[in-house]
Each structure stands twice: as C-alpha cells, then as structure tokens.
Design a protein around this ligand. Structure first.
Ligand SMILES: Cc1cc2nc3c(=O)[nH]c(=O)nc-3n(C[C@H](O)[C@H](O)[C@H](O)COP(=O)(O)OP(=O)(O)OC[C@H]3O[C@@H](n4cnc5c(N)ncnc54)[C@H](O)[C@@H]3O)c2cc1C
Length: 336
C-alpha cells in the first residue's frame, strides 16, 4: 500500500516505522519545521509497555529511559499526602525516540498538504492529534488546556521522584516528572484554568531555571465521542480519535496501541473501527465519571458503579498502568 501518515507525534512516527518494516510505501508529513518539531508532553509512560512497542519497531527502549520511578507522592488540595508504589512508571526521551523511529524514512517536515494533494495515496492516516486536521470536525469535543516548563535545577531538585497534586473537583492536576538528576517537566492541565498559576507558583517556590515552556490542549473526549474514525480514504489513529485515558491524561500508550490496531486491520477499515470501539469501550465510562466530577454533577453513591468499573479495570491492568492500584486511593481522589 502507498500510505501518507499525517503528523509525526508518537502515533505517526511509530506507524511510519511499522508500515515501512511491513513493506509498505510510506511517507510521513509533519506540519512543524524539522528544527522546531517537538513533543509537547511530560514524557511519562510505562516501561514494560514501551519495551513492547519498541521491540515491534526494532528499537531498544532502554536507550531512551530517563527516570525509572519507585514511588509517586500525591498531595491533595486539603494538604493531606499519600504515596503510590510504582512498578514501571518512568520518563523517557520521547522526542529522540520519535526522531529515531523516523530515521531513514521519507518524512516531509514543514508540510501539511490538503487532502486534494494526496491523491496518489491508498490511505491517508490522520495522526495529527488534537488538531484532527484530516477528519470531520467533532460535534462534541472535550479538552483541557495545559502548560508545562522544562526546569533545570542547579542547587538540588525539589523532588527525587514523581509528584502530583490533583486539583479540587478532579478538574486536572499539577505534575512534577523527573528528567534525570537535575531536571524535570513541571506542568499542569486544568479544566478550571488554574494550571498556569499552579505551575508558575511552584517554580517561584522551588526555584530552578526554565529552559523551555510549552502547552497545548489535551483531548479527553474518548473514542466513543470521536466518530467518525474514517472518512473516504482518511483513517484516524491516536489522539485525533480520542485515545487518551481520561483519568490520567495519559495518551502515549493508548495512541501506540491504536497504531497497533490499525496495523492489524490495515486492509479492513470497518474491522479497524470495530476493534477501536471494543478496545476503548471502558474509556467512555471513565470519561463520563471524570466529566461528572468536573461539572460537579457527582455523588460517590451515584458514581459508585463507574468507580468500581474503573477500579477493576485498572487493578486487572496494574502492570500496564505501572503503579499499585488501590480503591482507597481512588476514593481519596474522587472525594476531593
Ligand atoms: C502538556 C501535556 C503533557 C502530557 N503528558 C503525557 C505523559 O506524560 N504521558 C502520556 O502518556 N501522555 C501525555 N500527554 C498526552 C500525549 O502526549 C498525547 O495524547 C499523545 O502524544 C498523542 O499522540 P498523537 O501521536 O496522537 O498526537 P501528537 O503527539 O499530538 O502528534 C501530532 C503531530 O501532528 C502534527 N500536526 C498537527 N497538525 C498537522 C497537520 N495538519 N499536518 C501535519 N502534521 C500535523 C503536530 O505538529 C504533531 O507533531 C500529555 C499531553 C500534554 C498536552
């Protein structure tokens, strides 16, 4: 097949590597110029999962690992704190992995051609993430604004490991994700728009030198809200069709899983769409729980069935989430 992959983020770059390895003729298009191409993300993921994706793309994840987490500290808005044992949550050099996945392939940077100029391709894959530039506009979207600094600490880091502060009403959270011995991604996303104040307040309090600032909206609308997944020869993969786990704002693994599903059903778009619906079914339920909480249309009793579903799903997939999953912790966050 002759395939155009639009958007060289985590889904698009992985797809370029996998399609090329499978013998397809693939071209990657990225809107940003090569020297400005970046990955707006905190670079947190789960080691075991990424080892699997990297293995399938002929890469060694160990080369990209930055910080291997042991314990994540959670501070609630009432000042109480608790720790979560980690078993795989890590940070990695996401941008370098993207660049390495693309090395040696036909990638056109600074290029976002309209569909009318992509006539010669059998498939056009929309991996443009939040932009969803090649698929019909969503009728009902839901996203959070985010803001993040990369901070370098010359006089010692404020935290040795992962640290988060959920915002009241679960409207988002503040994160501190370590990037080696003297740097971190310090950021936040908040539906109620307290994210910039939280991040800048943290930097004022803990010091450090800001070397980069970035941000973009993150889509929390789940695949059940992001139909259609295809239009003509365009097929969506990744955040363009809502593959972000809404409770955590985690999109790396779900977007790469989506690329795997696409590879499995390359010749059969309806089968791909059915597989996407099935794989991300629980995401819709998680989203409705999060949205109810954000909109204050929430009671622990009414939401208990959803909470139990979320707990069972995450407990069953504890290794996939790279952290110990406890109902008590989930309840603490839900009650906030
Ligand atoms: C601040 C922030 C922090 C996050 N932290 C984490 C985290 O720690 N862990 C985690 O798992 N998830 C995190 N996420 C979510 C995760 O980054 C995304 O869900 C995931 O990267 C989505 O991958 P994607 O390939 O679908 O889209 P993207 O990574 O967004 O890539 C889309 C690409 O398409 C390009 N593009 C856009 N429009 C066009 C066009 N018209 N033509 C060509 N190219 C185009 C963009 O420049 C970009 O390179 C975070 C998100 C944000 C915003």
């Amino acid at each position: 097949m002759k395939v155009a992959v639009m958007g060289m983020g985590v889904a698009g770059s992985y797809l370029v590597a996998r399609l090329a390895a499978a013998g397809h003729e693939v071209t990657g298009f990225e809107r940003a110029a090569e020297e400005r191409h970046d990955s707006i993300c905190a670079w947190g993921t789960i080691k075991g999962e990424l080892e699997g994706f990297c293995g399938r793309a002929g890469m060694d994840f160990a080369r990209y690992l930055i910080h291997d987490g042991k314990r994540m500290q959670v501070r609630m808005s009432d000042g109480s704190e608790f720790g979560i044992g980690l078993s795989g949550l890590c940070t990695y050099d996401k941008l370098r992995l993207i660049k390495d996945l693309l090395a040696g392939h036909d990638v056109r940077y600074g290029s976002a051609p309209p569909l009318s100029e992509l006539d010669g391709y059998d498939r056009v894959v929309d991996c443009t993430g939040f932009h969803r530039s090649y698929l019909p506009k969503l009728e009902q979207d839901f996203f959070l604004p985010t803001y993040e600094h990369k901070v370098v600490y010359e006089g010692g880091v404020p935290f040795e490991d992962f640290y988060i502060e959920p915002f009241p009403g679960m409207s988002g959270y503040f994160w501190y994700f370590p990037l080696g011995e003297n740097a971190a991604h310090v950021g936040a996303g908040d539906y109620n728009k307290g994210h910039i104040k939280a991040v800048d307040g943290f930097v004022r309090e803990h010091g450090g030198r800001i070397v980069q600032t970035k941000g973009r909206p993150i889509r929390l609308a789940t695949p059940d809200m992001c139909r259609p997944y295809s239009s003509g020869k365009v097929v969506g993969v990744g955040e363009s069709i809502g593959t972000v786990y809404p409770l955590l704002g985690e999109g790396i693994i779900p977007s790469m899983q989506c690329a795997d599903i696409f590879m499995e059903h390359l010749d059969d778009v309806p089968a791909y769409e059915r597989a996407v619906e099935k794989h991300y079914e629980v995401y819709g339920r998680v989203f409705r729980f999060v949205r109810a909480k954000i909109r204050r249309d929430f009671s622990v009793v009414r939401s208990l069935p959803d909470l139990l579903t979320i707990f069972r799903y995450m407990k069953r997939n504890e290794a996939r989430f790279g952290m110990e999953i406890r109902m008590g912790n989930l309840l603490k966050v839900a009650r906030a």
